[in-house]
Each structure stands twice: as C-alpha cells, then as structure tokens.
Design a protein around this ligand. Structure first.
Ligand code: TEU
Ligand code: CA
Length: 568
C-alpha cells in the first residue's frame, strides 16, 4: 500500500549527540563547528536528516536536556552564528536538520522558573507547584532519576514537580500563556529554517491534576506513569501545537519521544492525517531486557522471541494507519552490537552489526542511525562508578547500593549493561589520540577499542560496517517495497532466526537474520521452493551469499542476514 510517499517516509535520520560528536577547539567537548567539519562524512553515508540533541543554553545537569534559554546556544557548543552556518552548510548538502525540543520541562535556571518561584505573574503558573501534606511531599511519586519527584522551594514555600532531575522542573501545560510561549519559540526556530523537531517525552505533558499516589515500588516510592504519561489531554496539546506551529508549513518532520506508549497510543500520536506528529519513538523493544519488576537495571539479554513479537506487533498495528520510527540506538540506549550482537569476536562483531542493521532497515518505518552505530561502536568497559557521567546512572548507583543494598559489583554490571553513558563516549574518527575526537582531554573517556573501530579504518573498506550501512540506506531509495510493503512474521517460534516477509504489489521481499554464532537451517516460507531459487539477493552480509536454496532450505552462517526479492 503506497502511503502517498511523504519525504520523511523515505528518509533515514542520523542522530548527533553534540557533546560527543566532534570537538573543534580542543576543550574536550564536542561543538557545532565540529559538526560542520563532518557534514561530508554524513553526506557520504547517504542519510537525509540530522537530528541534533539539545545545543541550547543549559547548566548541563542532564547534558542539555535541561534548557535555561531556548533561543540561545550553549556556550561550550559555540554561537548562534555557528548554528546558522551549520544549517546553511547542511542545506547546501541537501541534509535537513531537526532539533530536539525539550518542552515537558525546563532547567531550574530558566528565567521562567526564577520568576515562577518568586510568584510573579504569569510565570507563577508556568510550573507545577503544590503545598506539601503534613510537611511532606504532595504525593509519593518517584523521579526517573531516583528519589522523590518533588523538591521544596523555601522561596515559594511550596514543592515543585520534576519527573527527572530536580534541576528539570515540569512545565505546566495547563497554563495557556506557557503553551503560547512554547509555540512562539518553536515557530522562531522554524522561521530560521530548521526542518522539524524531535519532541522529548512529549507524552508526559498532560498530568492528572489530582496528582494521586502511585503504586509503591521496592524503593517505597510511587509510580507516576498512570497519572502523567499518555493521558488523553496530551493529544489535545499536541494537536494544538501542530496547528499553531507546523501544520501549514512544508517539509517539516516531527517525531515524538513517547516512553510507555502502546500501539494504540502511537496510532493516535502518528496517524497519517497530520493532526499530531509524523511518528514516535516507542520503547517496547527497548524495555525487553528490563528486570523482572520492570525496572531498567538488569544484566538480562533481550529474548529474540519477545523481540520478534514486539516488532511484528508494531509493524502490523501501524500499517496503513500511522508510521513507525525504527531504531536500535540513541543517546539513552546501550550500543546494539553489544546488547543484541557479538562485540567480543572481531569477525562476529562485523557480521552481527550488519545483521542487526539489516533486520531493522528492511522493516516499514523511518530508520534512525545513532552516531557511531554505523561503525559498530560498542559499549564501554566500565569498571567503577567514577567512570560514569550520566546523572541517571550515578543516581541509580547510589539508590541501588545504599537504599536497595545491591552489591557494588552487581550494580556496576547492571550499569555496564544498560547505562546511557555507553552511547556517550566520544565518536571514534580515527586511530590518532582520543580517536581524533579532540586534541584536548575528552569530557568522557574514549572507548579503548578505537584503534580497531573508527571511521577512517572503515570508509575505504568495502567490507566495513560503515559501507554496509551506506548500502542499506541506498536500498531504501531503490526498492519501494521497503517503504510501502506490509509485514508478515515467518518462523515466529524460531528462537534463533528473525525472518519476515514484505509484500507490495506483485513483489515479495524475504528478510532472514541469524541472531546466533551458529549455523541455522531454515526452510522457505512457501512450499514452492523452486520458485525461490529464481529470487534476487538484494542484500547479504556475507559474500558470496548463502542463497540460493538447496532442496527448499537455506543454511545461514553465523549472524548471516539475507534479503531476497521475488515476484508473487
Ligand atoms: O528521555 C526520556 C526517558 O524516559 C529516558 O529517561 C529514558 O527512558 C531512560 O533514559 C532510559 O534509560 C528523554 C531524553 O532522551 C533523555 O536523555 C533525558 O534525560 C530525559 O528525556 C529528560 O529530558
Ligand atoms: Ca569544543
């Protein structure tokens, strides 16, 4: 079914976390001029859009996701002239830029919050303030970054809500003046020429005004999700934002980050009628290696059968109604080749990184490539809490070891497995000092494997992960079935191989991915094996390909991924 072919349905987006991408002035921190110097690298990769994580003024309590001025550039990253130059240089290379809009909360150092604390109208209602109850917090909600979601202000003599760091006060979306300030600011950025937004936890903006207590967990605090995430009112706010900001503009991409969203929620957030967003980042597949109690910190592996069921659910439920984003990695997630592939054996590292990319890029949706994913960058070998920089990880370490009495080594292994810092080590450009990221001391240590895994070693190597991503990205432009085809999971009970079919007009695409380091035999999904022998291999991470069938079955080599195209 052809989804009237919006440009963002045929595009591939590349996410840049500016702090860790490229440092141009030797202070050890990535910056906008550093990004400008790497635009040709991105053009060569073949991506269409760049998503910039926050680069606005911020005290960096949460690395820029705590904004103190939405229309000013963070000093460490450069100036507004640098941003304007980046936008111009990107557009000259036919690269669009979408920017990260964090409007569920601001920094506590934003002027709005200072005036709100002081009770100055209309700012006093720009945030969520409540009196305590018997000298205690207004309710039992837990913050995502451990501890209570409420902090008391002596100045205002009230508590304010923060579902993340206490330096990230929740904005009060019930306040029309606040909403209009946000829309004005967003239009200011679109008027500058940016091509859209990634909207941070946009499904948090509607809260239950009663702020009822949540179900209590192992830390004695309550779960806020039922009362502050995916509430119907969030859709009303997003519809208003759509109409006030981008509805009548051309060429704008909007993607909402929506943790805990179901397919039903997503069909509303990203339906194809342009009333809300173009697509959302759902988390179902990213939560499959959570602990039994649903908390993030575990050393579990994602079970393939559950992963297959999850992707199949999202592909089928959104088909023809809404639009999927497709991602393995971002600045909050561990590196996929470590999480789902094999990052220890050099051969299997290369093959499994390519296999995972194949599995994702042949599905329906807009693929997102996170900086370094195209190189097969791996998790970092963390060994001590002092190695970490991320506030979520550091707070969780203290909560788990001091309150939950989890042993240090166990918690370090949980962090090594799941910490967001795995994604935030500097981009590995070449084998020179600090992987060519900086001439100074990097704000975070470079992964010690940078001499083996780096862009310079891969760009000229046709067997590299980088050039495999280039090929996948180009295939999306060459075969309309990838954008428009439906999705059918085959071999759903096979715990080692992820295989699916895409159908479009008279074509069938069969994608088969071996998630193990062992040979796997599978049969074609049709009794007409002879028919399959005539099919074209359009992609294989081995050469020569393991295809065609012999006697109706294919032997997949370790981590082999094959995509074949035929006619039904
Ligand atoms: O993340 C939202 C979010 O829910 C994350 O806390 C995510 O669930 C968690 O990090 C997984 O471990 C967004 C941004 O992507 C994140 O970087 C920010 O810290 C957060 O919002 C607050 O702005
Ligand atoms: Ca710098």
């Amino acid at each position: 079914m052809d989804h009237n072919g919006h440009w963002w349905q045929k595009s591939v987006v590349y996410q840049i976390y500016p702090r860790s991408f490229m440092d141009s002035n030797g202070d050890g921190i990535g910056d906008l001029q550093g990004i400008i110097g790497k635009l040709d690298y991105l053009r060569n990769l073949g991506v269409d859009v760049i998503w910039l994580s926050p680069f606005y003024a911020s005290p960096n309590a949460d690395n820029g996701y705590d904004i103190s001025d939405y229309q000013k550039i963070m000093e460490e990253f450069g100036t507004m002239d640098d941003f304007d130059e980046l936008l111009k240089e990107a557009h000259q290379r036919n690269l669009k830029i979408i920017i990260d809009m964090v409007v569920n909360h601001s920094s506590d150092e934003h002027e709005w919050f200072k005036k709100s604390k002081a009770g100055i109208e209309p700012y006093r209602n720009y945030y969520i303030w409540r009196k305590g109850v018997d000298g205690k917090e207004p309710n039992n909600w837990r913050s995502n970054f451990s501890g209570s979601a409420w902090t008391y202000s002596e100045e205002r003599q009230e508590y304010y809500l923060h579902l993340f760091h206490k330096k990230q006060p929740e904005l009060n979306w019930q306040c029309a003046e606040l909403r209009n300030e946000i829309y004005r600011m967003m239009n200011w950025w679109l008027d500058k020429g940016v091509d859209g937004f990634r909207l941070d936890v946009i499904n948090y903006i509607g809260k239950n005004p009663e702020f009822p207590d949540g179900v209590i967990g192992k830390d004695g605090l309550g779960d806020f999700v039922p009362y502050a995430v995916n509430l119907p009112i969030s859709h009303d706010y997003i519809k208003e934002m759509n109409s006030q900001v981008w509805h009548n503009r051309e060429g704008i991409l909007t993607v909402g980050e929506t943790p805990f969203a179901s397919t039903d929620d997503a069909v509303q957030y990203s339906c194809l009628d342009n009333t809300e967003l173009n697509m959302v980042f759902q988390f179902e597949h990213m939560d499959l290696d959570n602990a039994e109690d649903g908390s993030k910190w575990s050393d579990r592996r994602i079970p393939l059968l559950e992963l297959k069921r999850s992707f199949s659910n999202w592909q089928r439920k959104l088909y023809g109604k809404a639009w999927n984003s497709l991602y393995w990695c971002n600045h909050d997630q561990p590196r996929v080749v470590s999480r789902l592939g094999n990052d220890t054996d050099e051969t299997w590292w290369n093959k499994s990184a390519k296999m995972l990319a194949t599995c994702l890029h042949f599905m329906q949706g807009t693929p997102y490539v996170y900086q370094g994913e195209e190189l097969g960058m791996t998790n970092y070998p963390f060994s001590d809490i002092r190695d970490f920089r991320d506030v979520e990880s550091i707070n969780a370490y203290h909560e788990y070891t001091e309150i939950l009495h989890v042993d240090n080594d166990k918690m370090i292994s949980y962090l090594r497995n799941k910490s967001r810092d795995n994604a935030r080590t500097p981009m590995q450009w070449d084998e020179t000092d600090e992987a060519g990221f900086t001439t100074g001391v990097p704000w975070m240590p470079v992964n010690p494997n940078y001499k083996r895994i780096n862009a310079a070693a891969q760009i000229g190597d046709e067997d590299s992960v980088y050039n495999y991503y280039r090929k996948l990205i180009s295939l999306r432009k060459e075969y309309p079935i990838i954008v428009n085809g439906d999705f059918e999971l085959v071999g759903e009970n096979n715990a080692d191989v992820f295989a699916y079919l895409r159908h479009w007009k008279d074509q069938i695409l069969w994608v088969v991915c071996n998630f193990t380091d062992r040979m796997q035999k599978i049969v074609s999904p049709s009794s007409n094996h002879a028919e399959y022998r005539k099919w074209d291999v359009i992609c294989d991470n081995y050469s020569p390909s393991g295809y065609p069938f012999e006697k109706g079955q294919i032997e997949l080599r370790p981590y082999e991924a094959v995509a074949v195209l035929g006619n039904s």
